[in-house]
Ligand binder design. Structure first.
Ligand code: NDP
Length: 489
């Protein structure tokens, strides 16, 4: 069956190209999908443009749009196991993690369904001028290009698709070339839920050939992109000539600050989860551990002891606690960062080389790795390796911890661990990051905004601001008793 979804029809790529998708855990063939090029991207934009300019969706009452999203949430829950398996096969992540992702995805659709159904945020403006009706109304932006990465394929997609639809937009989605299957499944569910043809379009393919046209085409009104910093810059540049609205969710190099008075057991446990979850392929990963000097030795020793016991394995290995990296290329990139860190003076405490377990030889595995005695100048500290690599830096004072934490071009997340409540709030308020956790790491809810400061991007996903990204505010001023003004008399 064809896998590009354009104007409500399943279709193959114009040029007949296809791509094999292989599971990164063991190299088995997951499927062969159609590979779109610029012509397919243009056709998808035409379909979205038509649906937006002439179709019923933008004018559908917001409450009805919301009800459709709630139906999609129900369908996602119905098909949860199927979606979770597909996600695990594409990404190599553990099935249990994909199942949790599916729960979060359904919640995201439910949140935006309810938000849309509860009525918009249009408002009457008190102008102080008699006989004037002044209102600010919110309208959809138009045709949106949604470009997503491979680490949380359907989750990142849901953060864009749900609010884009809630606001009444039409879109073209391009998931990562490596992880297309759950996006295909989502298109089926949107159609089943009754979304009009052409509102949701899917093209599969590589960034430069299928993604770039979605950023350049003058018929596109907005690009919402999640991915790496370098690609984000390209997307922004490609969108600039036509002054499209752009939202960027980019990488992070997130500090996890542990003060000496933190609860030792809990802070160790979370330090491991913060960075090694999904083999570190998490934009919010706590990849930089900053530990107060007097705690450093015992804390790092315990982290290393436990990191050594984290078992790697494929999605359906019940004993595995973490999976492979996404590709051979990505593993080489992570290895290069570790090698550079060691050459620059970091001390290897554990990991640092491919596993020799024969059962793992067909996958792109790389073990939890701890690099100690790191400094901000090291590339492994200030650049995103996006792998299971924890760098450790020491600090003495609160001021030094904040300075080290903020010494990065990124600003996505950060965490502070201490039993001194006043201190945690002081530090949290000084961290330049879109999300800060106090005595916790990684939780998020669809009701709260997510996004970055500095070069982690701009714009917000989730929460009310995540919906506002896909809306234009329009001021409508109606003079109820127009009279000649005689300005020029
Ligand atoms: P990439 O930047 O490589 O790719 C992201 C998407 O952009 C993919 O669909 C890719 O296509 C596409 N793309 C590549 N080149 C272009 C182009 N020239 N024009 C348009 N689209 C293009 O990121 P990864 O997929 O490697 O994902 C990892 C990155 O995502 C990390 O940096 C991570 O931090 C970030 N991320 C950020 C999140 C956040 O919330 N801030 C959340 C999750 C991840 P393809 O890959 O198919 O070629």
């Amino acid at each position: 069956m064809p896998q590009l979804f354009i104007g409500g029809q399943w279709t193959v790529a114009v040029d007949g190209q296809v791509r094999e998708i292989r599971c990164p855990a063991d190299g088995t063939l997951v499927g062969t999908v159609d590979e779109a090029g610029p012509k397919d991207a243009a056709a998808a934009i035409t379909a979205a443009r038509d649906a937006f300019d002439r179709g019923p969706w933008p004018g559908t009452p917001a409450a009805e749009r919301g009800w459709l999203l709630l139906r999609v949430a129900d369908l996602l829950e119905r098909d949860k196991e199927k979606f979770a398996r597909a996600e695990s096969l594409d990404t190599g992540k553990r099935l249990v993690e994909s199942e949790l992702d599916m729960d979060d995805i359904a919640k995201c659709f439910r949140y935006y369904g309810n938000l849309a159904a509860s009525g918009g945020n249009d408002r009457v403006v008190n102008t102080g001028v008699p006989d004037v009706d002044s209102r600010v109304v919110h309208e959809p932006v138009g045709v949106c290009s949604l470009i997503t990465p491979w680490n949380y394929p359907l989750l990142q997609t849901s953060w864009k698709v749900a609010p884009a639809l809630a606001a009444g937009n039409a879109f073209v989605l391009k998931p990562s070339e490596l992880t297309p299957h759950t996006a295909i499944g989502l298109m089926r569910l949107l159609a089943e839920a009754g979304l009009p043809d052409g509102v949701a379009n899917l093209i599969l393919g590589a960034g430069p050939t299928a993604g770039a046209p979605l950023c350049e085409d003058p018929r596109v009104d907005m690009v919402s992109f999640t991915g790496g910093l370098v690609t984000g810059r390209r997307v922004m540049a490609a969108a600039a000539p036509t002054v499209k609205k752009v939202a960027l969710e980019l990488g992070g190099k997130n500090p996890n600050i542990v003060f000496a008075d933190a609860d030792f057991e809990t802070a160790v446990d979370y330090a491991l989860m913060a960075v090694f979850l999904h083999s570190g392929q998490v934009c919010s990963a706590g990849a930089r551990l900053l530990v107060q000097d007097e705690l450093h030795d015992s804390f790092v020793a315990e982290v290393v002891k436990r990191a050594r016991t984290i078992r790697m394995g494929g999605p359906f290995d019940d004993h595995a606690r973490t999976g492979p990296l996404i590709s051979a290329t990505h593993r080489e990139k992570v290895e290069a960062y570790v090698a550079a860190g060691l050459a620059e003076g970091a001390v290897l405490r554990c990991g640092g080389s491919r596993p020799d377990d024969p059962a793992l030889q067909n996958g792109y595995y790389y073990p939890p790795t701890v690099l100690d005695e790191c400094t901000p100048a090291m590339s492994v500290v200030h650049e995103e390796s996006f792998g299971p690599v924890l760098t450790v830096e020491r600090f003495r004072s609160e001021a030094e911890a904040v300075a080290l934490a903020n010494d990065t071009v990124y600003g996505l997340t950060g965490a502070v661990w201490s039993q001194d409540i006043a201190r945690t709030h002081r530090v949290a308020s000084r961290l330049r990051a879109g999300t800060v956790w106090i005595n916790d790491f990684h939780p998020y809810v669809p009701q709260a905004e997510w996004g970055g400061m500095k070069q982690s991007g701009f714009g917000r996903e989730l929460g009310p601001a995540g919906l506002a990204e896909y809306e234009e505010a329009k001021h409508v001023w109606r003079n109820l008793a127009p009279q000649p003004q005689r300005w020029f008399e």
